[in-house]
Ligand binder design. Sequence first.
Ligand code: FES
Length: 136
Amino acid sequence: MTADSFAAAPDSPARPASRCTVAVCRGCCCGSAKVAGVDHAAQVAGLEAALEAGTARLRVTDCLGPCAYGNVIVVQPSPEGRARGGRPVWLGPVNDMAAVADIAAWTRAGGPGIAEPPPVLDLYVFTPPPPKRRRK
Ligand code: FES
């Protein structure tokens, strides 16, 4: 599967005004040798190719916390999606390109609150632990 495999079809609609955000973790574990057997660069390149069509924003982040689920990807709803009840969806471990293609297809369809995810993504959904509180 190449980065071109993720690109939007030539007849895709123009960039939507309200886009969701795909946050790809590349912290201490995700994207590193600690998550073996994954072409991490191809994963990001595939998403970049898909999102270059303007269907969603791509954000590469530092560690999001739940390293045991690496590679972690969070699909955040667009403002319109959030208004319709969409909430961030945490996915992991996303370590195969087919799942990346499914995430790209979902964001092209509008993402959380706008479109149902491909059913196979249910296998990757998890609830992140609550953020740790700092001691005062
Ligand atoms: S490095 Fe991705 S969750 Fe920690």
